[in-house]
Design a protein around this ligand. Structure first.
Ligand code: SF4
Length: 383
C-alpha cells in the first residue's frame, strides 16, 4: 500500500505530523514583511446569520449567528490562514467569499471594486477569478467521470481551449503542474482509481484550470493521510509563490497555518479574535483564546504542562453569549466583556486583537463599516 492509499488518520500520526510541521516552520523564513501590493479580494464587515425554520409551520423563529463583523484581505502571492475550532465560522467566511452564501451584511471587494449582485454572467466571471478547494477530496470529484472530464469542463466553460488537441495539452500541463505524472496515465483515470492525495491534486488542478487569482482552500489537507499533507502544502506554497495566487487557508491546525501562511487570523464562535503575521500571532499570542488554542496544540519544544486552560464548551450560535463570546470560558473576563464586543486594538507590526485586556479598540487601520450592504446570490448548496 502506497503512502497515498489511505485518508484515515489516527491521533498519534496527527500529533507527529503537527510536530513535523512545527519543527519545519521553525526553520522557515516567513518574515516577508507587509504586503506591497493592493489586496485582490477583501471582505469588509462580513456578517452571516442563517434563519432556522420551525418544522411544519414555516415561521422563521431562530437564527444561527455564524459570523459577526469579520474583515479580511487577500493579497497576490500571500496566504491568510483562518484558524479556529469547528463552528467558529471560518468555512462560512470562505463560502461568503466564494459567493456560495449570500451576505447578511458587509461588502466584498474584488480588485478594489465592490462585488454586486448583478446576474449569472457576473457571478461566472467572479468565479473565473475566485476558486474554492474543498476539504473532502472523495466528494469533490464525480465518481462516474474521468480526470479528463473534470479538467476539460472548466477549460471549456471559460474558453481556455480552442480545439480538442489544445484541451488535451492543457490538461496534461495541469496534471504535471500538480505533480501527477506521468500525466498521460492519470488523464484517463477515474476517481476510485486515485488515492486521497491524488484526488486533492486533481481538485487543485481543476481550480487552476480557470487561471484564478484567488484560491479559497477549506481544510484542504485535514482529510488526507498525514504522510502526504506536507506534499500538498508544499504544492500550494509553490503555486502561491510562482503564480502569485492569493490564498485563504482554512484550518484548525495552528502548525499548518504557521507553515503555509504569511498571516493568521483566529476565530471563535463567529467572532474574529486576533490576527497578524503568522509567526507573531503564534509565538506571541495576546488574546486568551489564541493562547488556549496554542496551548492545546502539540509542540515538541513546550513543557508537558499546558500554560493555560479554559473551562467550558464552545457556545451555541443560536443563543450566543453577549459581548465577547469567549467570556464564559475566559479566566480574565470582566463585566464589560459581557456587555459588548471590544473594538480592534493595534498591537504594532500588523498584529491586532479584539480584547479588553489591551484596550477598547484603537486601530485606525481597521476599515470603517460600509454604508450599505451588498448581497450576493446563493448558487450552490450550503454545508
Ligand atoms: Fe476575555 Fe474579555 Fe478579552 Fe473576551 S474581551 S477574551 S472575555 S478579557
Amino acid at each position: 500500500m502506497s503512502a497515498e492509499d489511505t485518508s484515515v488518520n489516527n491521533a498519534s500520526d496527527t500529533t507527529s505530523a503537527n510536530q513535523q510541521l512545527a519543527a519545519l516552520s521553525l526553520a522557515a523564513d516567513f518574515a516577508s514583511g507587509p504586503p506591497k501590493t493592493p489586496p485582490v479580494l477583501e471582505g469588509l464587515h462580513l456578517r452571516k446569520h442563517f434563519p432556522l425554520r420551525q418544522f411544519g409551520i414555516g415561521v422563521t423563529s431562530n437564527v444561527v449567528h455564524a459570523v459577526e463583523d469579520a474583515t479580511l484581505a487577500l493579497y497576490p502571492g500571500r496566504a491568510l490562514a483562518l484558524v479556529g475550532e469547528s463552528g467558529s465560522g471560518k468555512s462560512t467566511i470562505a463560502r461568503m467569499l466564494a459567493r456560495l452564501y449570500t451576505l447578511t451584511s458587509g461588502v466584498l471587494r474584488f480588485e478594489g471594486k465592490p462585488v454586486t449582485n448583478d446576474g449569472r454572467a457576473a457571478l461566472r466571471e467572479y468565479r473565473r477569478h475566485v476558486q474554492m478547494i474543498f476539504q473532502d477530496p472523495f466528494s469533490s470529484l464525480n465518481p462516474i467521470h474521468s480526470v479528463r472530464y473534470h479538467l476539460s469542463r472548466p477549460l471549456r466553460l471559460y474558453n481556455h481551449a480552442q480545439s480538442k488537441r489544445q484541451e488535451t495539452d492543457k490538461i496534461l500541463t495541469l496534471l504535471d503542474r500538480v505533480s501527477l505524472s506521468p500525466a498521460e496515465q492519470f488523464i484517463q483515470k477515474y476517481p476510485h482509481q486515485l488515492s486521497g492525495g491524488q484526488r486533492q491534486r486533481v481538485a487543485i488542478a481543476q481550480a487552476l484550470a480557470v487561471r484564478p487569482k484567488v484560491i479559497l482552500a477549506d481544510e484542504p489537507v485535514s482529510m488526507l493521510d498525514v504522510s502526504i499533507r506536507l506534499d500538498i502544502l508544499n504544492l500550494m506554497s509553490a503555486l502561491k509563490d510562482e503564480e502569485r495566487l492569493a490564498f485563504l487557508f482554512i484550518t484548525h491546525d495552528i502548525a499548518s497555518a504557521r507553515y503555509f501562511a504569511e498571516e493568521t487570523m483566529i476565530m471563535y464562535a463567529g467572532q474574529v479574535m486576533e490576527g497578524g503575521p503568522s509567526d507573531v500571532v503564534i509565538q506571541q499570542p495576546k488574546h486568551p483564546y489564541t493562547q488556549l488554542l496554542i496551548s492545546a496544540a502539540p509542540d515538541p519544544d513546550r513543557p508537558e504542562e499546558a500554560p493555560f486552560q479554559a473551562h467550558g464548551e464552545i457556545p451555541s450560535l443560536i443563543t450566543p453569549p453577549t459581548g465577547c463570546r469567549f467570556h464564559p470560558r475566559c479566566p480574565h473576563a470582566m463585566p464589560v466583556c459581557r456587555e459588548r464586543f471590544p473594538g480592534r486594538t493595534n498591537l504594532g507590526n500588523g498584529h491586532w486583537t479584539h480584547c479588553f485586556l489591551y484596550g477598547e479598540g484603537n486601530d485606525d487601520t481597521a476599515p470603517a463599516p460600509p454604508s450599505a450592504s451588498t448581497s450576493t446570490t446563493a448558487s450552490a448548496g450550503h454545508s
